[in-house]
Design a protein around this ligand. Structure first.
Ligand SMILES: C[S@@+](CC[C@H](N)C(=O)[O-])C[C@H]1O[C@@H](n2cnc3c(N)ncnc32)[C@H](O)[C@@H]1O
Length: 226
């Protein structure tokens, strides 16, 4: 493995709010932070928001800066990506931002029923050949239901038309409550968003920048799953 990657992995091990559970920590046993994120990690009772497939964690860090009274957990399987956000959060002493390295597929092993208030899926892999692996598929939404509070919200920001359209189809098929639906946030629907939502949507992730520079329209969907 590249030396640079090893250094990042080592550095993450020393970070207070980066967690890298192995299967033995949560399969057949209760993960120690499940139901205890606020007590053991954040030391407050504030709402918890997840960023799934967070990559470098721009939304976790960006929202963490903007909302000190909410807690954010970025989840991704790729450690070298998480390192970037974790380092920033550490350097800025954002005590309301944490990272969990694992697959989203196990989300209900990491969080308890009603522990999570909102979920962000930021530029998730569109999985053209494996619809069940899309983070807004029925399979994943059923997992989110196990951890989200009633009325909990799922947000999807994406450049990808297939992922956007399949999410809208799932919302309609399964009767989720659609709160926002924009297939072109910046050029078409920007003025319809409140200043606060505009500020949130202005956070740009690594993949957003890559695809926006190639001319892809950025889409945003928010829905309630209860
Ligand atoms: C296209 S990248 C987007 C990263 C980041 N959100 C951004 O916008 O720059 C998708 C990310 O999702 C992660 N990912 C995809 N499926 C995942 C899963 N089932 N569990 C955890 N991470 C996943 C990948 O490792 C990758 O970092």
């Amino acid at each position: 493995m590249a030396k640079n990657k090893l250094m990042k992995f080592d550095e993450m091990k020393s970070m207070e709010r980066v967690f890298e559970p192995s299967m033995a920590d949560f399969i057949d046993v209760e993960y120690e932070l499940k139901g205890n994120w606020n007590e053991k990690v954040f030391k407050n009772n504030n709402p918890i928001v997840l960023e799934l497939g967070c990559g470098k964690g721009e939304y976790s860090v960006g929202l963490g800066r903007k909302y000190p009274n909410q807690n954010f957990v970025g989840i991704d399987i790729k450690g070298a990506r998480i390192w970037k956000g974790a380092k920033e959060a550490n350097e800025e002493n954002l005590t309301n931002v944490a990272f969990l390295r694992n697959v989203v597929d196990f989300v209900e092993h990491f969080f308890a029923e009603n522990e999570v208030d909102e979920i962000w899926c930021t530029f998730s892999d569109p999985q053209p050949k494996k619809p069940n692996k899309r983070l807004t598929s029925r399979q994943f939404v059923n997992r989110y239901k196990k951890v989200l509070k009633p009325n909990g919200i799922v947000h999807l920001k994406t450049d990808n038309t297939l992922l956007y359209e399949s999410t809208i189809e799932e919302i309609e098929e399964y009767g989720y409550e659609k709160l926002v639906d924009s297939n072109n946030i910046y050029e078409k629907d920007w003025e319809s968003f409140s200043p606060e939502v505009q500020e949130i949507l202005s956070i740009k992730t690594h993949y957003e920048t890559l695809f926006a520079n190639k001319g892809f329209k950025i889409k945003y969907v928010a829905f309630r799953v209860d």
